[in-house]
Design a binder for this molecule. Structure first.
Ligand code: ATP
Ligand code: MG
Length: 258
């Protein structure tokens, strides 16, 4: 089981869209996948056509009042389960911050899933902040994927999150966490800006940059309003092909790794 955090403290860069469609893509390829919605906005939950739930979200497990195993529900899609988000998670930020072990609680909870061997991948969708939920996700993850919008300010945000990952490693909170990849989102091949942002990223992170770019696409933007993945919403479209390509690249990169 590998725990993958989809993270970027910058808002609106495609974290949730990537969480939903990577999870669906992995599930379609036969990988048992759990999508864990750690964002009080619960966009990953509604985008997948599931219901936000104060009862079933991570609120009680994070406070030690319930087991995550009892919060996992099947999604419409084969091989894909979800722990829904809920706005109650905003309260957990405050309550957790008062606990000494707040950073490692999520990690400990997910370790209990590892032992049950039910999942190949756990995908963490994180909120846009450097708060407790987001840092808990970084502390719990084996690997981090950073979706990066093809905009200039995106590069500044990238430097910041990489700094946070380094600090989490150095503080021995999660020394083995890997920056698995950087996924360019909302790419527009017609603009020089998109191209120069990609050039800049590939200069500093040649290994991490995924070769697949996610284009800016109206279909990708509207799919969540129908509660559908892009594969359901527009199976033949460019958005669908790009997220399928990304799921393949994600899996192929791991070939030969434990
Ligand atoms: P937040 O930080 O608020 O959680 P996020 O990083 O999770 O945001 P998304 O919610 O995935 O970002 O995307 C932000 C908005 O852009 C959403 O309305 C989404 O539907 C839209 N969007 C995401 N990816 C694309 C794309 N490739 N093309 C067009 N629109 C997109
Ligand atoms: Mg989001």
């Amino acid at each position: 089981m590998k725990i993958i955090a989809i993270a970027n403290q910058k808002g609106g860069v495609g974290k949730t869209t990537t969480s939903i469609n990577l999870s669906a893509g992995l599930a379609a390829r036969g990988k048992k996948t759990l999508l864990l919605d750690l964002d009080p906005q619960a966009n990953a939950t509604s985008g997948l056509g599931a219901e936000a739930s104060s009862e079933n979200c991570m609120y009680h497990p994070l406070l030690g009042q319930a087991r995550i195993q009892d919060k996992i529900i099947p999604s419409r899609l084969e091989n894909l389960s979800i722990v829904p988000g809920d706005m109650d998670l905003a309260g957990v930020e405050i309550e957790l911050a008062q606990m000494d072990d707040y950073l490692t609680r999520l990690r400990t909870i997910l370790e209990s899933l590892r032992e049950s061997h039910n999942f190949d991948f756990v995908i963490l969708d994180t909120p846009p902040s450097l708060g407790v939920l987001m840092t808990s996700a970084l502390a719990a993850a084996d690997e981090i994927i950073i979706p990066l919008q093809c905009e200039w300010f995106g590069l500044e945000g990238l430097a910041k999150i990489i700094h946070v990952i380094e600090r989490i490693k150095e503080a021995q909170v999660n020394p083995n966490v890997q920056l698995e990849g950087i996924l360019m989102t909302m790419y527009d091949a017609r603009t020089n800006l998109s191209k120069s942002v990609v050039e800049e990223v590939s200069k500093y992170f040649p290994e991490q940059l995924y070769r697949t770019f996610i284009p800016r696409s109206i279909r990708i933007g509207e799919a969540p309003s129908y509660g559908r993945t892009i594969f359901e919403h527009d199976p033949q479209g460019a958005g669908s092909l790009s997220y399928a390509g990304f799921a393949d690249e994600f899996i192929n990169r791991r070939a030969g790794r434990p």
